[in-house]
Write a protein that binds this ligand. Structure first.
Ligand code: ATP
Length: 250
């Protein structure tokens, strides 16, 4: 049996008396494209924060490729292969995507602190950065200022930055939030076509994108896993439709 890329066992988080994550046991398969959905306040962001180490669980465990990571810091988890993007756009607007990605590559290699000009003279850094940009479809925007790019393409830069850490698991917190409909499809296509060696867990509110791009869906309700299954199973589950999607959805 193949080891899960990422797994939680009975993961719990309480803020005072409020149980925000309630015995969540979730399995992200190797190479999976797994969506985490649920109504506002269901605990999706909290779960991502527990996985990345921003929050400490009240109880339960988290395994990355079979190894417990609960006691590791956020940076240690990144070094073990757990990458993430954030809901908030935190890019350097004056740099080009290539330069930002070069900095991320340099950071992974322990070369952070060198001036950009020095990185430009390192073919291994520039080549890797260009290849990462190309892998998410940013090749033609590589040398423009990031501020000039559309919002959807800026989100692609964020994904490329996360990829620079060579993650085997990528956590995406609402990758398409705020991205116009015309661009969100392209964005999700780039995520879908990431190499199979990278498993992706993403939070997304847009159900069209979820059902188009996820191979597995976990429905979180009030901090607990309400259902987990393939898109077809989730779409036709009467309870999910009643509680989350609304009865009248096609
Ligand atoms: N630091 C905190 N202290 C107290 N309560 C918190 C804290 N962080 C989150 N919560 C509460 O936990 C619950 C889950 O919040 P969370 O942001 O994880 O939900 P979500 O599913 O991501 O929601 P949304 O879809 O609106 O982003 C909410 O009731 C929220 O108010």
């Amino acid at each position: 049996m193949t080891v899960a890329a990422l797994q939680t066992r009975d993961l719990c988080k309480q803020f005072g008396a409020l149980k925000v994550t309630n015995a969540v046991s979730l399995v992200l398969k190797a190479g999976g494209r797994h969506a985490l959905i649920g109504p506002n306040g269901a605990g999706k962001s909290t779960l991502i924060n527990l996985l990345t180490g921003v929050l400490a669980p009240s109880s339960g465990s988290i395994l990355l490729e079979g190894e417990p990571i609960d006691r590791l810091s956020t940076d240690q988890r990144v070094a073990r292969g757990l990458g993430r993007t954030f809901q908030i756009n935190a890019l350097f607007p004056h740099l080009t995507p290539l330069e930002s990605i070069m900095l991320a590559v340099a950071r992974r290699r322990g070369r952070l602190g060198r001036p950009l000009q020095a990185l430009h003279r390192q073919p291994d850094t520039t080549d890797e950065a260009y290849e990462l940009a190309r892998s998410v479809g940013l090749d033609r925007d590589c040398l423009r200022r990031t501020a000039e790019l559309s919002y959807g393409r800026q989100r692609l830069v964020e994904i490329a930055l996360a990829l620079a850490g060579r993650p085997r698991v990528l956590l995406l917190d609402e990758p398409a939030a705020g991205v116009p409909a015309g661009e969100s499809f392209e964005l999700m296509q780039a995520i879908e076509s990431l190499p199979d060696q990278i498993a992706v867990l993403f939070i997304e509110h847009d159900m069209d994108l979820v059902f188009r791009f996820a191979d597995t869906i976990t429905v979180l309700v009030a901090g607990s896993v309400f259902r987990q299954g393939k898109p077809g199973e989730i779409a036709t589950d009467p309870e999910v439709r009643r509680i989350y999607l609304g009865d009248d959805r096609d």
